[in-house]
Design a protein around this ligand. Structure first.
Ligand code: SF4
Length: 94
């Protein structure tokens, strides 16, 4: 069961920025491009389009989650799972 995400297989999602580039036909129906955050922040998908950097508080989330590792591990018997860049490309083509 996820703790801070509606995605069942992860406990948290972390987006360092929002934005991506369609790279294949598999991206034709990209959920991230039409997601609520992308639309609210007017992020346009594309190689040369600027990425929207997320808040400083968002960047601190992984540190907070890591600080709770021992407690989480004791409760769940596993490490926390983090879906990194659910709305972004981790390695943008520049
Ligand atoms: S997030 Fe990027 S790589 Fe993933 S489906 Fe959307 S455009 Fe394609």
């Amino acid at each position: 069961m996820s703790e801070n995400s509606k995605i069942e297989w992860t406990d948290h999602t972390f987006n360092p920025w929002i934005g991506c580039t369609r790279v294949s036909p598999g991206c034709d129906h990209c959920y991230a491009a039409v997601s609520t955050p992308a639309r609210a922040m007017h992020v346009t998908w594309g190689t040369s389009e600027p990425r929207h950097r997320t808040a400083r508080s968002t960047w601190k989330d992984p540190v907070k989650w890591n600080a709770r590792h021992e407690t989480f591990f004791a409760e769940h018997g596993r490490r926390q799972r983090v879906f990194c860049a659910s709305l972004a490309d981790v390695f943008p083509a520049l």
